[in-house]
Write a protein that binds this ligand. Structure first.
Ligand SMILES: *[C@@H]1O[C@H](CO)[C@@H](O)[C@H](O)[C@H]1NC(C)=O
Ligand SMILES: *[C@@H]1O[C@H](CO)[C@@H](O)[C@H](O)[C@H]1NC(C)=O
Ligand SMILES: *[C@@H]1O[C@H](CO)[C@@H](O)[C@H](O)[C@H]1NC(C)=O
Ligand SMILES: *[C@@H]1O[C@H](CO)[C@@H](O)[C@H](O)[C@H]1NC(C)=O
Ligand SMILES: *[C@@H]1O[C@H](CO)[C@@H](O)[C@H](O)[C@H]1NC(C)=O
Length: 528
């Protein structure tokens, strides 16, 4: 199946890439660009291979014609003996067999264009590396994640409708079928059915082939539909579907599937999938829907603040309160487009290394790899110095306690599940104290998706390029504040770039005096 898999992957990825490239001036996910480049080089290499092959074939054909002419001329003579009796004719025949045929034979067997082509492909696979099946599954998981979090139907996605907007990215039946098959292999049987159904509808109405040709593929789809129903514990329906397949296509491999079903014990692999407790809040907020507030307490405000620091006297901070306790504020228009470009330039200089989110057991998974990439910038350059100054002035904290700025890039499907920014245990030894505050700069707009959500606080924030979000991760008593659990929602379309600066508490004795009376009771109810 790998050739089909490959064609589906490339198409889907390219489609997503095109959509993204249009939406962003700055590069989106770097690995995707490598893949697009890889495909371009493959196209080039294949085109030159075919052209060289054709030229060589033409050359050989002419050469062959010439040899044949000489041969025919000899054979046409009435008396071959007489012809060959002529010493020059004998010489010619032998010369043809010694030199001429060899001149044809050697390049024909060596096939230089083919060797060149193989070289290019070898080089590409060494230098860039071809994506494998696990990468394809990663891409399909990305689609699945979007469907799960945003409640997108397969039918809409296949029609190129994403979150109510039409994109020029319709999919054909084969691609939908391939996604269905991959989802089946991932154990996502319900979603698999959804995609297979779409594939079936598309194939039935496809003008691309005759009824005869369709019948085989329709049988393939139905076989998977039967299998998915079987796994979803509808064995009767599954058997009925298989029988229908075998009625129309008696030699279809589905007859083995029936035997397989008879011997498969579903109880063996059945496992209840349970959503984590944060899931409902997370998806709701990611979709931009909040619970209505219970109209008590102090209303949230937007205001200009010129008093926080002398620096802001002439250009007051544009503050938007999004939560009061714990305090979450958005500062608008903090970075200019030029400043953001300078940050990217600096980040580009340091190769974007893939983000090291360890999976369970410390192993990195493909999904982790494709979900985000990150790099760290210190405060040496003029632009980074001015950013450090801004954060110090706004937060009131001493920048000595700041980690380098982490610049992260999330591609399509890129997300970060709810997590706190504090460590609580296993504090890093290079800093004093835990992460007292987070300053998150939005370095890009995101066309769709990619909100920052606080799952316990009913807060969602769409990324706005140039804005800064700031909050405290610790109570005044320096105990951790679990209310600050937050998450990055999957990017639907676009590329999300953020810059994070985490401030440590050990340097802030005079900036945010800690309170000996513990205020951590506020978050007791929010402990997991
Ligand atoms: C592809 O081929 C064209 C000419 O056919 C060449 O100009 C271009 O640089 C090639 N691109 C790559 C990536 O090899
Ligand atoms: C393949 O790589 C080798 C070594 O890196 C290089 O010498 C050669 O020119 C490359 N060939 C092609 C066709 O790119
Ligand atoms: C998902 O969408 C379907 C309709 O497409 C709707 O019936 C359902 O309630 C939605 N579910 C959620 C959790 O939003
Ligand atoms: C979900 O949100 C509500 C309202 O914001 C909050 O009270 C509740 O604790 C949250 N649930 C979880 C599991 O985070
Ligand atoms: C210390 O915390 C207590 C309890 O939350 C509060 O009443 C008090 O005002 C705080 N003191 C300072 C200096 O913030």
């Amino acid at each position: 199946m790998s050739h089909r898999v490959w064609s589906c992957l490339s198409l889907w990825l390219v489609v997503m890439l095109i959509i993204r490239a249009r939406a962003e001036f700055y590069s989106s996910v770097d690995t995707m660009q490598e893949l697009a480049q890889l495909e371009l080089e493959l196209l080039n290499a294949t085109r030159s291979y075919l052209m060289a092959q054709q030229q060589q074939t033409n050359l050989f054909r002419r050469f062959l014609e010439q040899l044949k002419q000489e041969h025919d001329m000899a054979m046409d003579l009435i008396d071959l003996d007489e012809y060959l009796g002529h010493p020059l004719h004998a010489f010619r025949l032998i010369k043809r067999l010694v030199y001429d045929w060899d001149a044809l034979h050697t390049p024909l067997v060596e096939n230089k264009p083919r060797e060149d082509y193989r070289q290019v492909v070898d080089n590409l696979s060494k230098e860039v590396g071809f994506p494998d099946l696990s990468e394809l599954q990663g891409a399909v998981k990305g689609v699945l994640r979007l469907q799960t979090v945003y409640n997108f139907t397969a039918a809409n996605l296949a029609d190129g409708i994403i979150n109510g907007f039409f994109y020029d990215s319709e999919m054909n039946w084969r691609e939908c079928y391939e996604i269905g098959v991959q989802l089946f292999d991932l154990g996502e049987h319900q979603r698999s059915l959804e995609w297979l159904q779409v594939a079936f509808n598309l194939l039935r109405t496809s003008p691309e082939m005759g009824e005869e040709g369709k019948s085989q593929f329709i049988a393939d789809i139905k076989e998977y539909v039967a299998l998915a129903n079987f796994e979803l514990e509808n064995p009767k329906l599954a058997v009925r579907l298989l029988e229908k397949v075998l009625q129309t296509e008696p030699t279809h491999p589905a007859r083995h599937t029936r035997i397989y079903m008879e011997h498969r014990d579903l109880a063996e692999t059945r496992q209840q999938k349970q959503e984590p407790s944060w899931f409902a809040n997370y998806t709701r907020l990611c979709q931009g829907r909040r619970f209505p507030e219970k109209g008590n307490g102090i209303p949230l405000r937007c205001f200009l603040d010129g008093n926080r620091h002398a620096y802001f006297t002439l250009a007051p901070l544009q503050v938007e309160q999004v939560h009061l306790d714990p305090d979450i504020n958005v500062y608008h228009g903090i970075l200019s487009l030029d400043q953001i470009d300078s940050i990217f330039e600096e980040a580009d200089k340091l190769e974007m290394t893939r983000s090291g989110v360890a999976g369970t057991g410390g192993t990195r998974t493909v999904v982790d790899l494709r979900v985000s990439q990150q790099t760290w910038l210190d405060y040496e350059s003029p632009i980074m110095k001015s950013i450090a100054r801004l954060v110090a002035f706004i937060s009131g904290f001493d920048i000595a306690g700041a980690e380098s700025m982490q610049v992260a890039n999330y591609g399509v499907g890129g997300q970060y599940e709810p997590h706190p920014d504090y460590f609580e245990v296993n504090l890093p030894t290079d800093y004093k104290g835990d992460r007292i505050s987070t300053s998150m700069f939005y370095l890009s707009d995101v066309e769709q998706g990619g909100y920052t959500v606080f799952t316990k606080l009913n807060v969602f924030l769409p990324p706005i390029k140039g804005a800064l979000v700031m909050w405290h991760n610790l109570h005044r008593s320096l105990e951790v504040d679990p209310r600050t659990y937050h998450a990055g929602c999957p990017v639907i379309i676009g590329s999300k770039r953020i810059g994070n600066i985490w401030m440590h508490s050990g340097y802030q004795e005079f900036r945010r005096p800690c309170n000996l009376t513990s205020d951590s009771f506020k978050s007791v109810a929010y402990r997991e």
